[in-house]
Design a protein around this ligand. Structure first.
Ligand SMILES: N[C@@H](CCC(=O)N[C@@H](CS)C(=O)NCC(=O)O)C(=O)O
Length: 203
């Protein structure tokens, strides 16, 4: 399989952590690709028409894209049970969606500051994105700590990658200040070998 990949993408990191945790790393060749909404890639579009990473070329069907689809596929392939079954599954997926929403807002804010010309940047819109990140983190702290204490599942992986991305791109906002229990959990989770091995390059 071929994974279209960027080392700083939190969505790609979800897939990479899952590959580590389920011992499937050797089954994947990484294709490093740098894209933004204003610099798409034709090569990537062949796998994902939206020109976003991650995308997975596989041998048993058409390419897959969106980290949630790829993670579910790889979990199924390894029979790892990271999405559980029955009622618990919906909890896992809602937690993953919450973490992905934090990543979406963090990435949008990053694009606003990093890509948009300074004279066109809109502070209210940036604060709106930060508000989504802060409310997402607050929701994890208030509602999900008991769940995060359970054995590893896809929700944990997604939350770990979202918090890692906040540290990478929005450290000045100090998400830990309002989420001490989550900060404790993350200190332990980020020491897992899969998280250490997939830590994004700084800068
Ligand atoms: N919902 C998608 C989001 C993927 C995404 O936004 N990836 C970013 C990199 S972190 C990207 O490829 N951006 C390029 C673009 O938006 O054109 C997923 O879960 O895979």
């Amino acid at each position: 399989m071929k994974l279209y990949y960027s080392a700083s993408s939190p969505f790609v990191r979800k897939v990479m952590v899952l590959l580590h945790e389920t011992c499937q790393l050797d089954d994947v060749t990484l294709v490093d690709i740098s894209v933004t909404p204003v610099a798409p890639s034709d090569a990537l579009r062949a796998a994902n028409p939206l020109s976003k990473v991650p995308a997975l070329d596989r041998t048993d069907g058409p390419a897959l894209y969106d980290s949630r689809v790829i993670c579910a596929y790889l979990d199924d392939r390894a029979q790892a049970g990271l999405y559980r079954s029955g009622a618990e599954r919906w909890d896992m997926m809602t937690l993953e969606a919450t973490a992905d929403g934090i990543m979406d807002a963090a990435l949008s804010a990053r694009y606003e500051v990093g890509l948009r010309p300074a004279e066109l940047q809109w502070q209210d819109w940036l604060e709106g994105q930060w508000s989504k990140m802060a409310i997402g983190v607050g929701t994890l702290e208030r509602l999900w700590m008991a769940h995060l204490a359970k054995p590893l599942n896809i929700g944990h992986i997604a939350v770990g990658c979202a918090l890692g991305y906040l540290d990478l791109r929005h450290a000045d906002r100090d998400w830990r200040a309002s989420a001490p229990a989550l900060a404790d959990w993350y200190a332990g989770f980020s020491a897992r070998p899969s998280m250490v091995a997939t830590a994004p390059p700084q800068g």
